[in-house]
Design a binder for this molecule. Structure first.
Ligand code: C6P
Length: 415
């Protein structure tokens, strides 16, 4: 995506929608720079979940009374909004899960372990994946004898795309990749990767946990076969996630959870599954979460995902420039903001990332530190941990300046 003309969002107006951003931390302004871990929630989302419990709490798809019809209408309405948000062909291509983690496990189990994968079949991932897009495939290796292969990462944080030439073979059945790295911020060329996967007859499974909140997604244009993301990173509640799947692949995928609502009929010793996507939603779903996520999608859609992306590019470029001027501070991932999102991992000479995060916390600044659930990537860069700042729609240049000032304080402590 080309860098759009300077589009800064009206951050004071946006901030006014987020009750938590009005609070202070030890009398300091709260500077929340950990949206890659989980985003804050606008009052519209908080009110929508509270409204569900206050006014029309009832189970979905079961009751024929008014409350049940209202909750079912809102729950299915959320599915429609999400389908439109990622340009799915139909709401039936959207299954609610609890998270990206559950969505990816559902694919690994239902399509891989219980479905199409035979001994010796190959699954091609990348070194930069989050553990949620590594470990489910380990299960397929351990239980089905699948072979796992990985595309490496260059020093600049982009994928060694040429490795797909050797790694993709007629044994490849699944190619999986994150649309955006939670450590490097790298935006991967998923459209090209999906094309390469399809050329060898494999499917492409996309982890969009760090992409769906921050940039426009068109699953049809990407030609993704499955795509997973979480509500809580995109202004929605925790405990609600999404799995997109092409209709025919959803049909070919076994459910992860057996129980109520995912069946058409049950007999002693046998059962038939409900239609997609309901066969993936066994048990009472997170109704309030889905409705809240629908409202989060409304909120983001009103701003416009191009504008969200443009805003984050501006702050990221600004922050990267400022950090580059600080001696002893290293940032990771592509330097070009057209190739990366607003996730900025950094280290400071002589300071452990956990100490960095603790000192920044004293200043009211929230950043994450650690391996970010991406240990293979940390090993690749020979790093035990990094500190990580991540930007969203409620951040502005003042927040980036606060980060830089905080880092200078860390350097003073460790001087
Ligand atoms: N990354 C982070 O701080 P869940 O926990 O299921 O909502 O999302 C898992 C996940 C999958 N893929 C990517 C690329 C992710 O970044 C995450 C979550 C958080 O980086 C928590 S570890």
């Amino acid at each position: 995506m080309a860098k759009p003309a300077k589009v800064m969002l009206n951050v004071p107006a946006i901030k006014a929608d987020f009750p938590i951003l009005q609070r202070t931390i030890r009398d300091k302004r709260l500077v929340y720079l950990d949206s890659a871990a989980t985003s804050q929630k606008p009052k519209q989302v908080i009110d929508a979940t509270s409204d569900f419990y206050s006014r029309y709490n009832a189970n979905v798809h079961r009751a024929i009374y008014e409350l049940g019809e209202e909750s079912t209408r809102e729950y299915e309405g959320a599915r429609e909004k999400i389908a439109a948000f990622i340009q799915a062909k139909s709401p039936t291509e959207i299954a609610f899960t609890k998270s990206t983690t559950e969505s990816l496990n559902l694919v690994a189990y239902g399509y891989g372990l219980k479905g199409k994968i035979q001994k010796g079949d190959e699954i091609v991932g990348t070194v930069m994946e989050h553990h949620s897009n590594h470990v489910p495939w380990h299960f397929v290796k351990d239980h089905k004898g699948a072979v796992l292969k990985y595309v490496d990462v260059k020093d600049d944080g982009t994928l060694r795309m040429e490795q797909y030439d050797d790694l993709l073979t007629d044994r490849t059945k699944i190619v999986t990749v994150s649309l955006c790295s939670n450590v490097l911020g790298t935006i991967n060329p998923v459209k090209e990767i999906a094309k390469r996967a399809h050329e060898v007859g494999a499917i492409c499974v996309v982890d969009a946990a760090q992409a769906a909140p921050h940039m426009p997604i068109d699953v049809q244009d990407l030609d993704a076969d499955f795509l997973a993301f979480s509500g809580h990173k995109m202004l929605g509640p925790t405990g609600i996630g999404v799995l997109y799947g092409k209709q025919e692949l959803f049909e070919a995928t076994e459910p992860l959870l057996g129980g109520g609502e995912m069946i058409r009929e049950v007999h002693l010793g046998s059962a038939k599954w409900n239609d997609v996507p309901y066969k993936f939603e066994g048990g009472t779903p997170n109704i309030a979460g889905a409705i809240g996520l629908g409202v989060a999608v409304d909120y983001l859609t009103k701003i416009g995902m191009e504008a969200v992306r443009g805003h984050e590019m501006e702050i990221t470029e600004y922050a990267l420039e400022k950090l580059a001027r600080l001696k002893g501070v290293q940032t990771y991932g592509p330097k070009d903001v057209k190739k990366r999102a607003g996730v900025v991992s950094f280290t400071i000479d002589g300071a452990h990332p956990h100490d960095i995060a603790s000192i920044l916390d004293v200043e009211g600044i929230c950043v994450r530190s650690g391996h970010h659930c991406a240990q293979p990537l940390m090993e690749r860069f020979n790093l035990p941990a990094t500190a990580r700042a991540s930007f969203y729609i409620y951040n502005d240049m003042d927040d980036a300046d606060a980060l830089v000032a905080g880092i200078k304080k860390v350097q003073e402590v460790f001087a």
